[in-house]
Design a protein around this ligand. Structure first.
Ligand code: SAH
Ligand code: SF4
Length: 379
């Protein structure tokens, strides 16, 4: 057994098999355990009543089931639930649960998951980008965000814990679009995806997961060769290098002449349609000429453009265009035969933009600390 208290969801199936074996239990116990954690969403070993009491005791002495502590949760008027978690080392991350039940939206509960604490890329319009980079999340910390919402939905639906009527499939989609750059944390991200996909794990179809990237070219190429059919979204935001260098500084390393062929290659190799995310910023990237240039840039790629009017971030003076300009941009893409969807900004009233809740929290806790320091200096 590992010395420090390891997280259950940090373990691959193989590692779990080894632990079960080292505790002198038969191999099928590993499957039983997975079923309790990933299907029945148990939150303690005591609940696993078909396991021997002694085994449960040993497990609880050596493995912990939670790596996240809820410190704040806010629900928006559109039903988006945004939460701030504290990790074991005191760092904080955000996650969100969005419900899409409108016309043409199906009936989906989508979890938006963080993959890093902060982000090193530093996009000018993104609250997370302005927080700097702390560290990668572990596979377990990524998975635990999903399990938190799965438990939340179960309890909301049943009003109480019921292990038998519940299917973890209540969460229909996972998007890796929270804080951080998922492809800069490839190994942990992939371990998490495999467990979230495995039938003995969370069991969600890979096609129901989407990784969003600012454009890490080597990793896009690697992703194209993976067996699991996870979706890819590329955050474009500009169709010329000069502007993209300013908005997404990673563009200096992987400029459009490298990124676009990698996207083309991805869709050719996988046969899958990829998405381009385009955050519309007033007076920056929202002109008709820029819509035309975008259409020209991605012409011939099997893709879909998601237009997202910017979430206001007061500190970054980031402003969405007027509705008229947004619709004109969308129309210009359509006129140029580009598949496009105008995304509603979810959870506007609760600062659901990437990293905004954490920014506020960090600001307040810095102020609190300063206050404490000032007070103690006065004593
Ligand atoms: N790092 C990855 C995934 C996390 S960001 C990426 O950049 O793709 C997820 C999405 O949120 C990106 O498309 C990003 O451009 C968008 N985003 C960041 N700040 C935003 C803001 N202020 N308004 C709207 N979308 C924003
Ligand atoms: Fe990082 Fe994505 Fe935010 Fe850019 S938009 S700073 S890549 S999290």
């Amino acid at each position: 057994m590992p010395k420090a208290m390891a997280g259950f969801t940090e373990l691959t199936c193989l590692q779990l098999d080894k632990i079960v074996e080292s505790l002198g239990e038969p191999a099928y116990r590993a499957r039983q355990l997975c079923k309790w954690v990933y299907h029945r969403l148990a939150s303690s070993f005591e609940e696993m009543t078909d396991l021997p009491a002694d085994f449960r005791r040993k497990l609880s002495e050596n493995l912990k089931l939670h790596s996240l502590k809820l410190i704040q949760s806010v629900t928006g008027s559109d039903g988006t639930l945004k939460v701030l978690f504290k990790l074991a080392d005191g760092n904080t991350i955000e996650s969100a649960l969005m419900y899409y039940g409108g016309e043409g939206e199906g009936n989906r509960h989508t979890v938006c998951v963080s993959t890093q604490v902060g982000c090193a890329i530093g996009c000018s319009f993104c609250a997370t980008g302005q927080q700097g980079f702390e560290r990668n999340l572990t596979a377990g910390e990524i998975i635990d965000q999903v399990l938190y919402f799965a438990r939340y939905l179960r309890e909301k639906e049943n009003g109480h814990k019921s292990f038998d009527n519940y299917k973890s499939k209540r969460i229909s989609n996972i998007v890796f679009m929270g804080m951080g750059e998922p492809l800069a944390n490839y190994t942990n991200l992939w371990q998490a995806i495999e467990m979230l996909n495995a039938p003995e794990g969370f069991g969600l179809g890979a096609r129901n997961m989407v990784i969003s990237t600012a454009g890490m070219v080597p990793e896009i190429k690697k992703l194209a060769k993976e067996k699991l059919q996870v979706g890819l979204a590329v955050s474009l935001h500009a169709s010329d290098n000069e502007l993209r260098n300013k908005l997404v500084p990673l563009n200096r390393k992987y400029p459009l002449e490298k990124l676009i062929p990698a996207c083309r290659e991805y869709s050719r190799l996988t046969g899958r349609r990829l998405s381009f995310e385009y955050v519309l910023l007033k007076g920056v990237n929202d002109s008709i000429a820029q819509a035309r240039a975008l259409a020209e840039l991605i012409k011939g790629i099997k893709c879909h453009v998601n237009l997202i009017p910017a979430n206001r971030t007061p500190d970054l003076s980031c402003v969405p265009p007027a509705r008229r300009a947004v619709l004109a941009f969308e129309n210009e893409l359509k006129r140029n035969h580009i598949n496009v969807t105008l995304r509603k900004s979810r959870g506007q009233d609760i600062e659901a933009g990437c990293g905004q809740l954490r920014s506020r929290f960090l600001k307040h806790s810095t102020q609190r600390n300063q206050l404490k320091q000032e007070k103690s200096e006065h004593v």
